[in-house]
Ligand binder design. Structure first.
Ligand SMILES: [Zn+2]
Ligand SMILES: [Zn+2]
Length: 349
């Protein structure tokens, strides 16, 4: 089968011909219909996030049709539309049993520690395979498996309740989903902090209150808009020292700041006024959970999470096209998402 692989760090991905994986009794072979190209993939190619073993087929945002199932698999059958949870865990350790598989000592990320979705087929354990309702396009199913799922996990971990106000720092792929999901949970006002006019405009069309960080301190703007109260939940999706600090400083009494963006920066904090006296919380967010995916699909099915035509585009399973997309992703300033749709996929129906 065709695959596009990372062979050497810092070099363009390469087209490869690899053997079709054999499946064991508890495994599923999926014919990939769509695989999202993610910012993390650009980090892997550049060597910013470390990859242990090469070559590897990248791609962790995957949807497709079941091609074959092992003899122990009962919840899906050939032909079903499915999407794939990207963390393959042991299933038996304390973290896995508690449903916190992202901390499993043996956890492997698809498209990083094991071959991923830049290919025609993928083999995965059956518990990583989730039925995708037919009315959700496969392309949407694919991109929901990363940023939308993590946005949902962040809102869950921040314990967002109906009526509570939200501030979203950074309006890329995560913010785009987070705003829609927060609305689906009947939250109060949502403030979207950004510096790019086009993103502020999109946030406003989705019902957010744009906060333009270029015209003044966003914390002060949020305080002014909330009669000095601040917000109940802040989502930090940028990862700069300034925005991390702002996400804490804009909190109301008993507010929660969910820190999501990968960052190597430090932030300073004045604990008494900013945390202690308000009983505010700072919460770290890592990945998302298999148990959160069914709700995500239900929200997409009800139209509460959508990806308009203009926010998606597709390329073929072709190293040159994918490398060009990764170059664009590295300097991306919008929330256009690109999915790989392997040509010839319709022939298999
Ligand atoms: Zn991703
Ligand atoms: Zn485990």
């Amino acid at each position: 089968m065709r695959a596009v692989q990372l062979v050497k760090i810092g070099k363009p991905l390469e087209d490869a011909e690899v053997s079709l994986p054999d499946i064991g009794a508890p495994e599923v072979l999926v014919r990939i219909a769509a695989c999202g190209i993610c910012h993390s993939d650009a980090h892997y190619r550049a060597g910013i996030s470390k990859i242990d073993s090469l070559p590897v087929t990248l791609g962790h945002e995957i949807a497709g049709r079941v091609e074959a199932v092992g003899e122990q698999v009962t919840h899906v059958s050939p032909g079903d539309h499915v999407c794939i949870h990207y963390l393959v865990s042991c299933g038996v350790c304390d973290f896995c049993v508690r449903g916190n598989e992202q901390f499993c000592a043996k956890v492997q990320m698809i498209g990083k520690h094991r071959d991923g979705g830049y290919a025609e087929f993928i083999k995965v354990p059956s518990r990583n395979v989730f039925l995708l309702p037919d009315e959700i396009p496969l392309e949407h199913g694919a991109i929901m498996m990363c940023s939308s799922a993590t946005a949902l996990h962040a809102l869950n971990q921040a314990r967002l309740k109906p009526g509570e106000s939200v501030a979203i720092f950074g309006f890329g792929g995560l913010g785009f989903s987070a705003l829609q999901l927060a609305r689906a949970f009947d939250c109060g006002q949502i403030y979207v902090v950004e510096i790019k006019p086009a993103k502020l405009e999109t946030a406003a069309t989705l019902g957010g209150v744009p906060i333009d960080a270029t015209v003044g301190d966003p914390v002060q703007q949020i305080l002014d808009a909330t009669s000095g109260k601040g917000v109940d939940v802040a989502l930090e999706l940028v990862g700069s020292a300034a925005t991390m600090q702002q996400a804490v400083r804009c909190l109301a009494i008993q507010g929660r700041a969910a820190m999501v963006a990968l960052s190597r920066e430090s932030m300073s904090l004045c604990p008494y006024p900013e945390l202690i006296n308000k009983e505010a919380e700072i919460i770290g967010i890592s990945d998302h959970l298999a148990t959160e995916l069914p709700l995500l699909m239900q929200l997409a099915r009800n139209g509460k999470l959508c990806f308009p035509e203009r926010t998606l585009r597709s390329v073929d399973l072709d190293a040159a096209q994918i490398n060009t997309t990764l170059d664009q992703v590295e300097r991306s300033s919008d929330h256009i998402r690109t999915v790989i749709v392997p040509s010839g996929i319709e022939d298999s129906k």
